[in-house]
Design a protein around this ligand. Structure first.
Ligand SMILES: [Zn+2]
Length: 173
């Protein structure tokens, strides 16, 4: 097994990747049974699929956008249509953004329970809160690994296929 195949062996076991690969219809876009399912699937999208050869492939295009007079690199996913900045957020900003979203989750958790919402709706809030509580840690770990890989790549150009080439990924300032 090649080094690259080995690297992605476990990654490819992610249910999200299988589900999204199966939900990609003609034109290469995600499509569910109905609007609601399409929305859920888009929210799940890991921005990669497994191709016919069984390799993990990213499905993004990168572009530069002007934001507040500055040029910022963006990734745009062809599967789900979402866009996000290439540059990772600073630790403190990640904490702040997560805390701000957590306020919404807390409002929802409290209110949905208080109004006597369905157990499904209450559990939805609980799951979201539990996932979000770990988000800064997960995000920062991943950002640190990308930074490390990027600095290694500057020394040694990576020629391989699969998903190892991040292209023009920009990292923390
Ligand atoms: Zn996507």
């Amino acid at each position: 097994m090649s080094k690259l195949k080995k690297k992605y062996a476990d990654t490819k076991k992610a249910k999200a990747i299988t589900t999204i690969t199966q939900s990609v219809k003609k034109k290469g876009k995600i499509k569910g049974k109905n609007k609601r399912e399409t929305k859920t699937l888009r929210g799940m999208c890991p921005h990669h699929i497994i191709n016919k050869k069984g390799n993990l492939k990213k499905r993004i295009i990168t572009e530069v956008k002007e934001l507040d007079g500055k040029n910022e690199g963006y990734c745009f996913c062809e599967l789900c249509g979402e866009a996000w900045p290439m540059r990772f957020m600073e630790k403190d900003d990640v904490k702040e953004a997560t805390a701000s979203f957590m306020e919404l989750v807390n409002q929802y958790k409290f209110a949905s329970t208080e109004i006597g919402s369905s157990s499904k709706n209450v559990d939805y809030g609980a799951q979201l809160g539990a996932m979000l509580a770990n988000f800064p840690k997960m995000y920062n770990r991943t950002a640190n690994i990308v930074e490390k890989q990027d600095s290694v790549k500057k020394k040694k150009k990576n020629k391989s296929g699969d998903s190892a080439n991040f292209g023009e990924w920009k990292i923390r300032r």
